[in-house]
Design a protein around this ligand. Structure first.
Ligand code: AP5
Length: 209
């Protein structure tokens, strides 16, 4: 089964996907994580992408689409995959629809106030990328990853100006995908406001029926 997790920045796509992949045994493919890995490794793609990501705007379609087409051809995607953060424009959806069949689009929903609360207090592990929240999903030791004891950091685009911009970009460029997938009959709405395990349960039900 090929699944897309759609929703505003910070709604919890990555958190849900990281657990859903354990339940379904499909790879979790996050464009944001792939781009950040390229940025950390200072690849040509990463250097180009960083300028866009730090400002909270989308990386050009051609860069992201080529990267995803290559990723989805790998063997681990044959039985299914969970896409997180892709597609984000109608053009990305059209192009990916030409190379893979989509079965379910889970649209996670949350109001702006809670999105800002989730993003502004998010912290990530510098080494393994594990995600935390300073109020809701606290690390056991202050500012250290539970899994590998490495220091946590705040993403550049989780600062207030970039969050504002990301929400604007989401409304302008990604919201049209809700109707796009609704018309195709793939869309299932899921309330993202509960605890991580509640949201996971709803998302799991949404893809299971
Ligand atoms: P990306 O990394 O994809 O960012 P995003 O979509 O804005 O989503 P986030 O990762 O910020 O949030 P999330 O929904 O995964 O929430 P999370 O689970 O972390 O993209 C970053 C940038 O890369 C883009 O701005 C763009 O520049 C570029 N890019 C990426 N894809 C692209 C594309 N397709 N085309 C062009 N450019 C692209 O949760 C957030 C916080 O809330 C965490 O602290 C978490 O612990 C907490 N939390 C999660 N769930 C809950 C819960 N249920 N209750 C309480 N807290 C929770």
């Amino acid at each position: 089964m090929n699944i897309i997790l759609l929703g505003p920045p910070g709604v919890g796509k990555g958190t849900v996907a990281s657990k859903l992949k354990e339940k379904l045994s499909f790879p979790h493919i996050s464009t944001g994580d792939m781009l950040r890995e390229n940025t950390a490794n200072k690849t040509e793609l990463g250097v180009e992408a960083k300028n866009f990501m730090d400002k909270g705007i989308l990386v050009p379609d051609e860069v992201v689409i080529d990267m995803m087409k290559e990723r989805l051809q790998r063997d681990d995607c044959k039985k299914g995959f969970i896409l997180d953060g892709f597609p984000r424009t109608i053009n990305q959806a059209d192009q990916i629809g030409e190379v893979v069949k989509i079965d379910k689009v889970v649209n996670l929903q949350l109001d702006d106030d809670n999105i800002v609360k989730r993003l502004s207090r998010r912290r990530l592990c510098k080494k393994c990328g594990a995600g935390y929240h300073l109020d809701y999903i606290k690390p056991k030791k202050e500012n250290k990853c539970d899994k590998c004891d490495t220091e946590l950091y705040q993403r550049e685009d989780d600062k207030p100006e970039a969050i504002k911009k990301r929400l604007e970009v989401y409304r302008e460029q990604t919201v049209p995908l809700i109707n796009y997938y609704k018309e195709k009959g793939f869309l299932v709405g899921v309330d993202g406001s509960g605890t991580p395990s509640e949201v996971l349960e709803l998302a799991f039900k949404a893809v299971s029926y």
